[in-house]
Design a protein around this ligand. Structure first.
Ligand code: ZN
Length: 352
């Protein structure tokens, strides 16, 4: 009996330890993603010289008589050529201040430095080569028309008790007009979206709040898929977002139009849930009540540590993924990328 008790205690302890390590790993990743190596080094060395897309500075450890320290904003790495050492943000603090890893982690956790921002928005984002070409994407989005002006899109909205005017007002969707020409990637089963019926378009944003892709929802026709991504591209590292959430991604800060304190963020799954929330918030506007929360829409597997890093400290996140096994484990992943910095918890979608 005693022996069995102990076995159980050991098993519990092991499970706690594994969980602790997992949380720790997520914390390290999210701290890293929201630390700008350029701002961090600048804080220590004082002055920089620009060299192409990199920065040069004097070594903070030794007088080498030249600008030996180089920092790359794209890869978020640094190197001192004279000392022949380099690495990431943690390595920099350990090396320049002579401290242990955990002190560096604690320092960066409490840091008030701004998160990394795209210094030159036109430069390609790391790891996300798989995006439709920017120009074609913007052209298609630019030619798309208001939801309220398209009968099939209005019928889709009506089935879900969504006022199409709310989607237009919030700017979360547009419609590719029938018969319009679309880029090569805007196809399903060999047919352009405008023919397969996937004409209701929802923009996807990356961690810097830049529009990087579209989710296309079928509003007419019989093709087997209801909602699709551009052919050959995955939504990885991108989210659907209402305007205030896009502002948060761009700045890494609380959006100006949101007054609620603490900042409330609702993370929903998929484009139809996002549309329902946009409708709800649009209706609230009509009654002159301000935004109370920020809405983000996610697709399975698309959430990333870079996106988590844009969520300001002490925000309150409610994760409302689908109430099934996949939804559960996805919610857990999102929550683990945010805690303990952000108060994040699962919130069951309301039963209607
Ligand atoms: Zn050096």
């Amino acid at each position: 009996m005693i022996c069995q008790d102990r076995t159980e205690r050991v098993r519990d302890a092991l499970r706690d330890h594994a969980r602790y390590q997992q949380v720790e790993k997520e914390t390290v990743e999210s701290v890293k993603a929201r630390t700008d190596i350029v701002a961090l080094v600048e804080e220590t060395v004082g002055e920089f010289k620009r060299e192409g897309s990199a920065f040069l500075a004097a070594c903070p450890r030794k007088e080498h008589g030249r600008l030996a320290l180089k920092v790359w904003p794209d890869s978020q790495r640094w190197k001192c050529y004279a000392c022949d050492t380099g690495g990431d943000c943690f390595d920099f603090i350990q090396w320049s201040r002579g401290v242990e890893f955990h002190t560096a982690l604690d320092d960066l956790r409490g840091s008030t430095l701004p998160p990394p921002l795209p210094r030159n928005p036109s430069r390609p984002k790391r790891d996300h080569k798989a995006r439709p070409p920017r120009g074609e994407l913007q052209e298609l989005w630019g030619r798309a028309v208001p939801v309220a002006s398209d009968a099939a899109a209005c019928a889709w909205c009506e089935k879900r008790s969504i006022d199409p005017a709310n989607l237009d007002r919030e700017g979360v969707a547009r419609v590719a007009p029938r018969g319009a020409r679309v880029p090569r990637w805007a196809r399903f089963g060999g047919e352009p979206w405008t023919k397969s019926g996937h004409r209701l378009l929802f923009p996807l944003y990356d961690a810097a709040g830049e529009m990087v892709s579209l989710r296309a929802r079928r509003v007419e026709g019989e093709s087997e898929r209801k909602a699709i991504n551009p052919a050959g591209f995955s939504p990885s590292g991108s989210v659907l977002a209402m305007p205030a959430a896009v502002e948060m991604l761009r700045t890494g800060k609380r959006p100006k139009r949101i007054e609620a304190d603490p900042l409330r963020i609702v993370i929903v799954e998929g484009d139809s849930d996002l549309a329902s929330w946009a409708n709800r918030i649009g209706n609230r506007w009509e009654h002159r009540r301000p935004y109370g929360e920020l809405i983000i829409g996610v697709f399975s597997g698309a959430w990333s540590p870079e996106i988590a890093a844009r969520v300001p400290d002490a925000a309150q996140c409610a994760v409302r993924t689908d109430p099934d096994r996949t939804g559960d484990s996805y919610a857990e992943r999102i929550i683990e990328s945010l805690i303990p910095r952000v108060d994040a918890r699962r919130s069951r979608p309301e039963t209607k």
